[in-house]
Design a protein around this ligand. Structure first.
Ligand code: G
Ligand code: G
Ligand code: MN
Ligand code: NA
Length: 254
């Protein structure tokens, strides 16, 4: 409860901020997008990781306002990136269960698009595999509405949520994100990574894009490319960057 009050004040007092992790085409080593990730810096300067406060934001309902703020900020930031000349640059935004199932969610996405003026096809919403399990009919119809607005959808942490393949086939999504646990299993000396390999195959057979998270070394990148996955994010390329660092990173890597 104390943490919930602290989080509310932090949000109101603008101590939450957003960092951006570049997403890379490994074949060219060029960035094509970024993922927006929220951060909480306390008054003492301590950084609280999102795994600690997103769950609190979820059950307290604060996620509705926080999530909407992240979405809007990310859209406005993307407009600035497009104005630098990076016309097709993409922005991924995480959407939590409570946010997605809120009755105003679709309207808040429509508002963020309209108010920022960003091209909808450059915005990607990341849902989690576990969300696919709770209310399939609601999910299917919400995804259809989001697709009709023109936004892209990816499934985050794919492979950790045990959703059935027949169910996945019914969902109108664009992309799978291989969870970093499976990327981590791609050992430098064995080139194994059988789950990562399987997810890449699955994405190919469903005609979906695929991106690997948590790519930390060149061996993992090489294995992923050999499997047929060409998109990645991870410390090998860049950690999540604050706004200013993102701009200087982009200038060096374009
Ligand atoms: O930023 P980091 O890699 O530590 O993220 C940890 C987790 O927090 C990830 O699973 C990520 O999806 C989640 N997360 C980060 N930012 C947001 C956000 O703005 N909204 C939601 N719902 N989750 C987020
Ligand atoms: O939304 P998601 O849970 O996928 O968020 C990605 C999380 O992974 C963020 O917390 C980010 O800081 C973290 N991350 C990004 N790249 C790497 C990496 O190369 N290695 C590890 N261990 N974590 C990473
Ligand atoms: Mn994510
Ligand atoms: Na993830």
């Amino acid at each position: 409860v104390r943490m919930m009050h602290a989080l509310r004040s932090a949000f109101e007092e603008k101590r939450l901020f957003i960092v951006y992790q570049p997403q890379i085409d490994m074949r060219t080593a060029k960035p094509f997008g970024t993922e927006a990730l929220v951060r909480w810096k306390t008054e003492d300067g301590e950084l609280i990781p999102p795994d600690k406060f997103i769950p609190i934001a979820e059950y307290s309902g604060l996620i509705i306002n926080i999530g909407e703020w992240v979405l809007r900020s990310a859209c406005f930031e993307l407009v600035l990136i497009h104005e630098l000349g990076l016309r097709d640059f993409r922005m991924s935004v995480n959407v939590s269960q409570a946010q997605f199932s809120h009755p105003h969610f679709l309207q808040s996405v429509a508002n963020a698009l309209a108010d920022s003026g960003v091209s909808p096809h450059c915005l990607e919403l990341e849902i989690t595999e576990s969300m696919a399990m709770t209310d399939p009919d609601f999910l299917v119809s919400s995804l259809e509405k989001l697709k009709s607005m023109g936004v892209r959808i990816s499934i985050d942490d794919f492979g950790t949520g045990f959703s059935s393949l027949s169910h996945l086939q019914k969902l109108n999504v664009d992309k799978l994100k291989i969870d970093r646990a499976f990327v981590n299993e791609i050992a430098a000396d064995t080139n194994d990574g059988s789950i990562a390999k399987m997810i890449v195959k699955l994405s190919q057979s469903l005609c979906l894009e695929v991106i690997a998270e948590g790519v930390e070394n060149q061996e993992q990148a090489n294995s992923l490319m050999a499997f047929g996955c060409n998109q990645a994010q991870g410390y090998l390329y860049s950690k999540p960057l604050n706004k200013l660092d993102l701009y200087s990173w982009l200038q060096k890597h374009l």
